[in-house]
Design a binder for this molecule. Sequence first.
Ligand code: AMP
Ligand code: GLY
Length: 444
Amino acid sequence: MKVLVIGPGGREHALVRALLADPFVREVHSAPGNAGIAAMVATHDVDVDDPAVVTALAQRLRSDLVVIGPEAPLAAGVADALRDAGIPVFGPSRAAAQLEASKAFAKQIMASAGVPTAMAVVATTTGQAEEALRTFGAPYVVKDDGLAAGKGVVVTGDHAEALAHAEACFAVGGSVVIEEYLDGPEVSLFVLSDGRNVLPLAPAQDFKRIRDDDTGPNTGGMGAYSPLDWAPAGLVDQVIERVAQPVIDEMAHRGTPFTGVLYCGLALTSRGMRVIEFNARFGDPETQAVLARLRTPLGGVLLAAAQGGLDRIEPLTWSRRSAVAVVLASENYPSTPVTGGRIRGLGKAERTEDVQVFHAGTALVDGKVVSSGGRVLAVVGLGEDLGAARGKAYEGMSLIGLNGGQFRTDIALKASRGEIGVAGGPSAPVAASPTSPASRGADA
Ligand code: AMP
Ligand code: GLY
């Protein structure tokens, strides 16, 4: 099988690596890729947000499967164009990708499907925003109702800051979703779907804030780990039964079936599980940590999802080891990242046992790898437990140099010390039927 992977980031680097490990995958191509991906497979520097361009490339390469990584090509209708051309594609249509592209749409779907989420209102004027902030009270949660790569959300105790974010969105003609604050640890669960059937991956946890102890502004994600030893038993079953399957059914019922990966961003609150957000794609950097543990060859699974045959796929199998991903970001990320800095020590880090390096914002200039984006790369460490995996990730990171580079030092720290508590933790299973087909292949 020949696979074309669309996207420039660390998630796509991880997808390429996992696909290359599949014995049935003969060839992998990437567009546009980055310096790390280019060291593994052929890359094609084309506009991946242009449906006609991507379709022409897939036809020229005779791709048997196209895997779309980021949200922008999905929102631009790249998957629709490929499907119209008869090319199997892993990634939802533009209509189905609205689950991510519009937070207001996602709320409507959840309401129709009876999925638990934060109470929310859509505001388009300052008056409406002020009223909603008053209704929900502090801490305030204000979300840009559009694609913002995880950075359009302000969570703050400061009323003026919350209102200022809403007004900034209104100023460019946008609207905001204002919602109740959800307490409790967050979980990212990726659920594959062929439009009808669902198949969960292993859950992960992401670190959204730029600095240690969850301080500073929100980012696209500064680190991740898997598995979640602290998660309630039956968590994955519960997410499938109460969230993923109802949403997939609702999308099919509306005539816009969702084919690809439904990223369920969840909060395990003191009042139960709630959906924070959906994405229509794999998470970054969770994918780097999760796929490092996947044993089942990935290509056949993604092809089955693309072709409507996920029910024929055996349960996914996972390494018992833990994986921790730590992101290296540029100076001044997330506001105005400084790029063009030389990155040193990559070879040494990559040659370290149980260390993997995934490029995100990197480019080759005169044969040297330089930073070209806000999030530059992720180092994944593997180990017998989270503590050991953390050790390997930070050992790898210590070998890499980038002037002004920033990374968090506390990725998976609390989990490795058993300091994350949640109602119904591992010793107290949440209600879920252990025989449910949804439990296939999931771990917690
Ligand atoms: P989103 O883009 O909706 O995932 O939001 C980004 C991040 O903001 C989430 O991962 C949470 O850390 C935080 N967040 C979003 N919505 C809420 C909420 N209702 N309550 C608490 N934190 C939230
Ligand atoms: N890591 C969060 C995301 O991919 O949206």
